[in-house]
Design a protein around this ligand. Structure first.
Ligand code: ZN
Ligand code: ZN
Length: 347
C-alpha cells in the first residue's frame, strides 16, 4: 500500500511538472490540435516538388539609411529599425533591444551551402548602438546564428540575452555572459524591465538528431513607458489573445509574414499573411480601449525558405490588413535599414 501510494504521488508530481508542451521523452510539442510540424518524410516530398516550382525574379526590399540614435534614444521615444528577416533593432527609450540577430550570408551550419541571403543587412555590425537586450525565439539557423551571437557578445559583453528552454547553452558557448532561459508563460523582472516568454506554434532543430529538443517561443518586453511583443516564428494558434491579455497592451508587435507555401507543409509552423493579420486582431481585441499596436511585418525579403515569391508576403499582408478594416498606418512594411518612430500613444 505505501509502495502504491508513493508511486501515485510520484506520478502526480511528474504529471504536474510536465507542461502540456513537453512530452515524456523530453522533446517539446505544440500543445494545440493539428499543430504537428512536418516530418522528415514531408521535407523529402516537398523538396521533390520544389525543384519544379517556377520562379520569377522577385522585387526585393530596397535599402535606406537607418536613423538610429547612438548611443541611446530619449526615454519617451520608441523606434524600430529593420535589419532584415526577423532581426529588428528596437530603441525603447534608452534601452536598445535586438531580436533574433542574423547577419550571416547563409542560414546554415556552413557558409558554403544552405539558404543564402538575397539582401544584405540593413544595418552593419559596426553601426549598432550598445545592445542591452537580445531576444532569441528558437534555434533554427535563420534565427540563431553563431557568428552574429559571437560578434554581439564580443562587442556588447553587458547585453542580457533571453532564450527559450534549451537554447541558452548555444549562446553561452558562443560567448554571451548574462543569459536567462525561460519556459512559456515565465516572466523575469530586472532593472525596471519585465520580460515574458510566451507560446508560439513552431518547431526546432539544427541537425537531423535534435528535432524538438529545444523550445521555441515569442517574447514580450515592457521597459520604461514602452511595451513590445516579438512573436518569433509561429503558425496561427489560439493563445495570441491570452498573450495580449496577460502582457499587453503593446505598442509594437513584430510579426512574421513569410515562408508559408505550400500550405500542407508550412501551415503547422508559419503563419501566412492572412493568419498574421488574424493573430494581430486577436492581440488588439484583448485591449479594445487601448490604441491599436503597430504591426511590424518581418521574416520576408531576406532568405527564400518557402515556395511563395519572396516579395509576395508584404503585398498579401497589406491586402489582408485592409480587408480586416484595420488602419493602414498601423501596418509597417519597412525597407531594409529603415527606422520608423512609433507616434506617442493616444496621439
Ligand atoms: Zn524557425
Ligand atoms: Zn524562420
Amino acid at each position: 500500500m505505501p509502495e502504491g501510494s508513493r508511486l501515485a504521488d510520484d506520478r502526480r508530481r511528474v504529471t504536474s511538472e510536465l507542461s502540456s508542451h513537453r512530452s515524456s521523452d523530453g522533446r517539446f510539442v505544440n500543445p494545440w490540435s493539428d499543430s504537428t510540424p512536418p516530418t522528415f518524410r514531408d521535407v523529402i516530398t516537398w523538396s521533390r516538388t520544389r525543384r519544379s516550382t517556377p520562379r520569377t525574379q522577385p522585387v526585393l526590399p530596397v535599402h535606406v539609411q537607418p536613423d538610429i540614435v547612438i548611443p541611446r534614444a530619449a526615454t519617451d521615444t520608441l523606434s524600430a529599425t529593420w535589419v532584415g528577416h526577423s532581426t529588428v533593432l528596437l530603441q525603447m527609450g534608452a534601452l536598445n533591444v535586438l531580436t533574433d540577430p542574423m547577419w550571416s550570408a547563409r542560414a546554415s551550419p556552413v557558409q558554403w551551402a544552405g539558404p543564402h541571403r538575397l539582401t544584405t543587412p540593413g544595418v552593419t555590425l559596426d553601426a549598432r548602438p550598445p545592445i542591452d537586450v537580445v531576444l532569441l525565439s528558437h534555434n533554427h539557423y535563420d534565427h540563431l546564428d553563431a557568428a552574429s551571437v559571437r560578434a554581439i557578445a564580443r562587442r556588447h559583453p553587458a547585453a542580457r540575452w533571453f532564450a527559450p528552454l534549451g537554447v541558452a547553452r548555444y549562446v553561452r558557448r558562443w560567448g554571451a555572459r548574462a543569459v536567462t532561459e525561460l519556459d512559456w508563460w515565465n516572466t523575469v523582472d530586472a532593472d525596471g524591465l519585465r520580460v515574458a516568454c510566451v507560446p508560439a506554434q513552431h518547431a526546432s532543430g539544427r541537425t537531423p538528431f535534435d528535432r524538438m529538443r529545444t523550445l521555441w517561443c515569442g517574447w514580450t518586453l515592457r521597459g520604461g513607458q514602452h511595451n513590445i511583443y516579438f512573436a518569433g516564428d509561429t503558425a496561427y494558434h489560439p493563445e495570441f489573445g491570452e498573450v495580449a491579455s496577460r502582457y499587453g497592451p503593446f505598442d509594437v508587435c513584430v510579426l512574421p509574414v513569410g515562408a508559408y507555401e505550400p500550405r500542407w507543409f508550412m501551415r503547422p509552423v508559419h503563419v501566412n499573411p492572412d493568419e498574421a493579420v488574424r493573430a494581430y486582431t486577436d492581440i488588439a481585441r484583448a485591449h479594445p480601449a487601448a490604441a491599436p499596436p503597430i504591426a511590424l511585418a518581418v521574416h520576408w525579403g531576406t532568405f527564400s525558405l518557402a515556395d511563395e515569391p519572396v516579395d509576395e508576403p508584404p503585398r498579401r499582408a497589406a491586402v489582408a490588413w485592409s480587408a480586416a478594416g484595420l488602419a493602414p498606418e498601423n501596418l509597417w512594411i519597412l525597407s531594409l535599414g529603415e527606422t520608423r518612430h512609433v507616434p506617442p500613444r493616444g496621439a
